[in-house]
Ligand binder design. Structure first.
Ligand code: S3P
Length: 167
């Protein structure tokens, strides 16, 4: 089984992936972590400082291509992965299922209020712009949509587990 978690920054992909990994007995591939490994950067701001957003998008494509051959994994993507359709084409290879963690902007803004680790969430009105632009893309590419507002990561993971096992 190959599950690909998508969603905006702060939708809980990383935490949900950890819970799903235990439930499904599958390893997690965390895209942001591998971007840092490939660049030798300590955090995302450094990646942006070195090569701008474009460098991040290139690395996402490289990783998606590499992970096209993974057949048993929970893949936790970066929030911008849906900006390049080719990423989803690669990641879906090997019967991958895309699960969108649907979260309102209000919830996200609350969760990330004191978090400055995300270069594209430094300005709230720009972040809202990214959200509005991306929402139709997340919805369009999803095989399953899970409402992730007002739920713990464990609850979201359990819901996904049941959805993929029982339809
Ligand atoms: C980004 C999301 C981040 C990270 C980078 C850019 C985005 O990942 O890849 O800061 O464009 O949405 P998370 O969704 O894991 O926060």
């Amino acid at each position: 089984m190959k599950l690909i978690l998508t969603g905006f920054m702060g939708s809980g992909k990383t935490s949900v992936a950890k819970h799903l990994s235990i439930l499904c007995q599958l390893p997690v591939l965390e895209m942001d972590e591998h971007v840092l490994l490939k660049t030798g950067c300590a955090n995302m701001q450094q990646v942006f400082d070195q090569g701008g957003e474009l460098r991040l998008r290139e690395l996402e494509i490289t990783l998606s291509r590499e992970w096209s051959v993974a057949s048993r994994a929970i893949i936790s993507t970066g929030g911008g992965v849906i900006l390049n359709k080719v990423n989803l084409d690669y990641l879906k290879q090997g019967n991958g299922k895309i699960i969108f963690l649907n979260t309102s902007f209000k919830t996200i803004a609350q969760r990330l209020a004191n978090d400055n680790s995300r270069p594209l969430f430094n300005n709230i009105s720009e972040a809202q712009g990214h959200y509005d632009f991306r929402l139709p893309l997340y919805l369009k590419y999803a095989d399953h949509i899970v409402d992730a507002d007002n739920k713990s990561a464990t609850e979201v993971a359990q819901e996904i587990y049941h959805t993929v096992h029982h339809g």
